[in-house]
Structure formats: C-alpha cells, structure tokens
Design a binder for this molecule. Structure first.
Ligand SMILES: [Zn+2]
Length: 406
C-alpha cells in the first residue's frame, strides 16, 4: 500500500493528455517589460477527464539589472486546474469531497467508485488526506491569520479569482475563492443551486479578507458567469474583472482556429504559380548554361545556379537567384502551420505575405527608371497543382534587396 506522502506512481503505459499553459499577464511586476519564457515545468495529475500532463511555461524578466530577473512566474491558471503539488485536479478533489461530506460515503466505497467510473486508483490514505483538506477548506480554518499576514507581507497587490467547480451535472457546485499571486485557496463553499445573493456573499467575504490583510485587490478573474459579474461589480466597483484565460480560450479557440484555417485556404488559393515561376527562371538559366547538364532536371539546374563556376552572367544569375529566393520564402510561408489560438497561423501567414509583397514593391520602386528589366511583370498567374519542394539558392546578390523575414 502506498503512503500518501509518496509521489503518485504512474503506470508505464499511461496515456497523458498534454495541456499547455501560458502566463496571462506577461508584464514584469518590477519594471513592466515583456517577460520571456525561460523554462518549462512539467507536472502530471489525475482528472476526471483522464491523466493530464501539464506543461507550464515559466516566465522571467529578461533584464539582468531588474530586481525581478531571478524570479520566475508560473501560469496563473495552473492553480485553477490543481493546487500546487497535488496529484489530482480540482475536479477529482470536489468529487471525493462531495461523496464524503454530502453523501457520507465510506472511503473504500469512494475508492472503488473512483476506480470503476474513472479508472483513478488512489490509496485509502490518499483519499483520507484529500477529505481532510476538503473539510479544512470548507471550514476556512486553515488560515492562521498571523501566518497569512506574514505570507502577504511582501505582496503589494493581490489577484482574486472565483470559480464554480461542478464535477457532476445536477449536483452541488463547490465555489472556490483563490488568491493567485500566492496561489492560495482562501475559502470554499459547496452550494446546490447558488443564487446571485449567495455568490455575492462569497465575494463580500473575500473583500473582508483582503481588508483584514490590508491589501489592494488589483484584479478579479473568473469565467464571468452572471452572478460573478454582478457580485464583483457590486463589491469591487473599481477593480477590473477579467476573463479567466483558460475559459476564454476554450470558448474562443475553436471558432478562431476554424476561421483561421478558412483564411489560410483563401490565401493559398490566391498565391499560386510558384512552380511555374521557378521553372521559367530555371529554363532561362539552363539556356545560358553549358549543354552538358540535363535541362529537364530541376535539381541539376539548381546546381548550375548555385555553382559559381557555372555562373553564366553575374547580373542575370543574381536576379534569378533573388526570384528563386522569393519563391522559396513564399513556399515556406504557405506551408507554415505553427501557432495556436493566441497566434493563429493564418494571421502569421498574412503578415509574412504582406512583408514579401512590400519587399517586392521596394524592388520594383528601386528599379523604376533603371536600365534593368523587371521580370515580375511577366510572372505567370496560372495556378499549378502540387508543388515539389526545392532548396533555395544560397547565393544572393549583395546589392539586391531581399525579403525581410525575421
Ligand atoms: Zn523587469
């Protein structure tokens, strides 16, 4: 039998869902600079949805002289998924607490239901430990006022969140008020069907706590259900109330990514004909190149362009190389698929294509009135089917402007 203090032992074949968490507020608390991701913390936990591996992106201030440089910040919503160092998420915790405290089920009964319904295997003393924590949380007795005051001594502003956790539909909801800068649960209360007044009472209680600590509440975070919005507005009229990033993203991610994917299709439909441009350039090149090289083999003709010994004429070679570079850059952009709801890949694609367009325009402007003939007017607009990948020429002309991709 495992001891509750021992770390949870995961079976080797556990299939974890990956949940990536970002820091919401990335402004350095000391100097206000945008913080950088400096590390990742991995943690595994049991949820009613299955085993989860959290990837927490840790941020710190990049300025070495900043007093906050050595401090890392964890994603705020980590605490909304599970308290620090727990092997179970809030949902499992509420599920256990509800079974014990409202339905008065025995520990072995809870243990077997957890295993049967959710394939979650917890030892009886682990379950007993979580039940004790649940009772303590509800009684809000864990807060020794002196210890709490010491913990908040160096904190200027606090960030509060309220969340309603309902592990099962139709059953009671556990309302939890947390303080996010110190990752502390302040108190919790199970309510079967919470009225706006009951929710407001919890928010008023948080206000009393903040007042007794003599701390300013800088921000409230919630999923903005009506009762939270009205309750917080009534008790904290001047404090901003923001969406919990977690809920907000979950609600937004799907339509955002769908729209983004549609936009990508549209852009790919519009920007076509790369292969034809490349073939035209390569043909032009091979016409000037020694006959010994196979003309129809694009790899061979690319070698001609890249190989200095075979350079037909410097001017046309560098111009062709630039065209091929543009093609390679545009192909890279069209094939790019990195990003998520916060950095939609289609938006990145649009920005990159715009940069390329501006860069081409700068070339055209520079050449206006010059003797050099512009090839671009004759670029075919026809679409091609599939494109094969070809490596861009490494050789670039020094006096020709280039695409300015970072
Ligand atoms: Zn800083």
């Amino acid at each position: 039998m495992e001891v509750s203090r021992m770390p949870y032992r995961w079976p080797l074949d556990t299939d974890f869902a990956l949940w990536e968490l970002d820091v919401l507020d990335r402004a350095c608390p000391a100097c206000g600079r945008m913080m950088h991701i400096c590390d990742h913390r991995y943690r595994r936990l049991l949820t009613l949805k299955g085993p989860v591996q959290l990837v927490c992106k840790l941020n710190h201030c990049p300025d070495r002289d900043c007093s906050s440089h050595a401090t890392t910040k964890s994603p705020e919503q980590e605490a909304a998924i599970a308290p620090p160092n727990w092997a179970i998420g809030w949902d499992v915790f509420c599920w256990i607490g509800h079974r014990r405290c409202s339905r008065h089920m025995s520990i072995p009964h809870i243990q077997s239901e957890l295993l049967d319904d959710y394939a979650i295997k917890l030892s009886d003393d682990a379950i007993a430990k979580y039940i004790r924590r649940y009772q303590v949380m509800l009684a809000a007795r864990q807060q020794d006022p002196e210890a709490l005051r010491r913990q908040y001594e160096s904190v200027d502003e606090i960030v509060l969140s309220i969340d309603g956790l309902q592990p099962e539909k139709g059953h009671e909801t556990l309302y939890v008020v947390r303080e996010l800068t110190q990752k502390r649960v302040w108190f919790a209360e199970p309510l079967i069907s919470a009225t706006a007044d009951e929710v407001r009472r919890l928010i008023a209680q948080a206000k009393a706590w903040a007042r007794s600590l003599n701390k300013t509440v800088g921000l409230w975070i919630s999923d903005k259900q009506d009762a939270f919005v009205t309750g917080i507005a009534a008790e904290f009229p001047d404090v901003p109330h923001r969406y919990c990033d977690n809920h907000f993203l979950r609600d937004l991610a799907k339509p955002v990514l769908e729209a983004d994917s549609h936009a990508k299709v549209q852009m790919r439909r519009k920007v076509r004909g790369l292969r034809k441009i490349e073939q035209a350039v390569l043909k032009q090149q091979s016409a000037a190149a020694p006959k010994s090289l196979a003309e129809d083999d694009p790899e061979a003709t690319l070698t001609v362009i890249a190989g200095p010994a075979n350079a037909p004429s410097l001017k046309s070679d560098s111009a062709s190389a630039v065209v091929l570079d543009y093609c390679a850059a545009v192909r890279g952009i069209l094939n790019g698929d990195q990003g998520g709801p916060l950095q939609p890949p289609g938006l990145q694609m649009a920005a990159a294509l715009k940069e390329v367009g501006e860069s081409i325009q700068r070339n055209l402007d520079a050449k206006k009135g010059g003797s050099q003939k512009s090839n671009s007017a004759g670029w075919p607009a026809a679409s091609t089917g599939d494109w094969s990948m070809s490596k861009p020429s490494k050789r670039r002309s020094e006096n020709t402007s280039r695409t300015s991709r970072r």
